[in-house]
Design a protein around this ligand. Sequence first.
Ligand code: GLN
Length: 478
Amino acid sequence: MIDPQSLTIKKLVDRLYKREISAVEVTETYLSTIAERDKDIGAYLSTEKESALGTAARIDMDLRDGREIGLMAGVPMAIKDNLLIKGRLATAGSQILKNYIASYDASVIRKLGVGGAIFLGKTNMDEFAMGSSTENSSFKPTKNPQDLERVPGGSSGGSAAAVAGDMALAALGSDTGGSIRQPASLCGVVGLKPTYGAVSRYGLIAMASSLDQIGPFTKTVEDAAIVFNAIAGHDPMDSTSNPFVSYGSDLLTPDFNKVKDLTIGIPEEYFGEGLDGEVASSMTSVISFFRSKGFKIKQVNMPHTRYGLSVYYIVMPAEASTNLARYEGVRYGVRGDAGSLKEIYFRNRGEGFGPEVKRRIVLGTFVLSAGYYDAYYLKAQKVRALVKHDFEEAFERVDVLLTPTAPTVAFKLGEKTQSPLEMYMSDILTIPANLAGIPAVSIPVRGREGKLPVGFQLMGRPWREADILGLGMYYEKN
Ligand code: GLN
């Protein structure tokens, strides 16, 4: 018997090795949960029954014949629809790509495939990853499995909901300003944004290239470490992936004696106005947990935090507007290429992009225009350096920073769709880590059974995923 609710990657792989369960059985269980639940939740845009069962059967055969199986063998996964799987649709939540079939595998997909992961399907997302609620998907909204009247967060809302609703054991998302951590927080699962350059972006439909990172959603921190370990590493196909870093054994099996030596910093600026009472009190409980276990806790100041959101909404649209220039109706588009060049552009981009995407293209084109480049884009780059500098200074005094992930719990569908600014505020606490390129994880606060989930965020030094995940595992197991 398989109970998806209590299953983790760790347990699954153990039980597969002991031959207590088969990969086919596991895959069938998840596929039938999807068939039953996803009508109401809407996490998936497409599912892959046959190929999933085919991969599972192969793994069972390997196990039976005593062949070596990969570290992700038999793990049923959901993949955000901006990641390419060869031969499958990859829409990025947009009408302009509604018929686009990927011609190659993203590097993360190739790695997970070699590891034996089973791909159940592609998940819903805000169009081109622009949004914080998955309501900007041009196909359908996704609901929060904990409360169907509420949003799952975004933009990787489908992936978060798939894991939270036991419709996948793990999922991949992408995080440009919080799109893994914020939905993880709102749905009550773990979400990791790795250090910029730790995971190859080859085969990820780009939003803002200097901020985007791919990362996992899982039910436990330990599982997040397992998936991260499987997807991290240098890739010649992505010139920003780091060739010099290799992760040690402390990533998967931290030594808690060393973890206990980590100093935790609490940046005052992350606990300001706009924080829900419930979020604030949950943070107090997490901080008291670490204090009661004897961790050193220090107050730190990060004075440029308050410019993070403004800087992000200049840098991100600038990069997105250039990345999205390729959807011109000739190579990618919805309405064919008849008429003059200008007509082709207008028709395809006019009909293919939704309102939020257009808003950001206009904003990005404006901040990059000759007359305004210095005043906005260049200025924003300088302030970005100051935000990064705040982290460098903080990490001279402490090893890890602890903050809330999102200022609120999951909000109601439709509650923020009329006010882009209010929606943008959802990411005020997650954006700085993207600007600085540092690793950050959102972990569900314990003891909130029956209430809406709240996540806390741990941010660490570049390449020190082992610190934040080690501390997270300590929280999980003590
Ligand atoms: N919600 C933020 C935005 O709309 C972050 C998106 C993301 O991380 N992809 O830009």
